[in-house]
Ligand binder design. Sequence first.
Ligand code: CUA
Length: 339
Amino acid sequence: MSGWKKASRLLPLFGAVILALTGCGDPYLSALDPKGPVAEAQLSLVMLSFYIMVGVFVVVMVIFTYVLIKFRKRPGQNGVPKQVEGNHKLEIIWTVIPILLLLILAVPTVITTFHLSEKKTGDDVLKVKVTAHQFWWEFEYPDLGLATGQDLYIPTGKRIEFELTSADVIHSFWVPALAGKTDTNPGQTNHMWMQADQPGVYKGKCAELCGPSHALMDFKVVAVTPFDFKSWADKMKAAVNRQPTTATAQQGAQVFQQNCIGCHAIAGKGGKLGPNLTAFGDRDKVAGILEFKKENIQRWIKSPQEVKPGNKMPSFGGKLSDQDISNLADYLQTLKVIK
Ligand code: CUA
């Protein structure tokens, strides 16, 4: 059996694998399933160029096949056929067609690019400042005086205006279902906007290689109705008065005051080197990637480098007792705003 025949036996398997793989992926992590006007506009550009590409491919293949058959060597034909060089009409046609295709591509692309880079202010706009860090996301709402880490809450139907920057290296802010990527560059502020049409959790990723834990730099956009957003913001503000009720959580709060508050803020108090933890208990992931449960919170506090190599949080495994870390985890779980 020839090598080609052997290889062709693998074709059905290859096809099956491709079919199976198309089922992979997250429904909310796809640019092909847009959930807002920005992602929709961007997808329509992608589809336009895709259809043009398919059209060009089909036409070229049809002509190619026609020429192959029509001008094939027939029995009894010998010698070199009549040589034809240059054809004014054809040359004009195959120069004009690509120019037209480029125009069809360029006009909507330029219009959409300008439309998507417009900045808006006013009552129907919510401003959010994004600061990327190795390897987490900081979100601030300057008009509301609020900040969150990792989970970005937004109201549906409202235009969210982003100012994006980075605290260290270049990252890229990407929520595939809502909008394309925008780089976050240190020392520079970039701009973009997005809008979610329906409530939902839209997953986001860092889309620029930024260090050993780049692939783990996930975040979420939680879109809720304007009513629920208002209630969320009110509860975030009211979090100042929150007190832990159980004994272990109260002790955990003390551990937090002594060890963590320099880097992590809760309800407006604390440092900004690490993620804001005001709504930590509402998250469904620890450090953006681990399942949200006490063991994982403890694991993270003990040895964060094991979970997300290269991040800036020190390990507390040798510094705090297991009891302290357990209390701290109890306390962190009480930091809820919604759930
Ligand atoms: Cu941040 Cu990749």
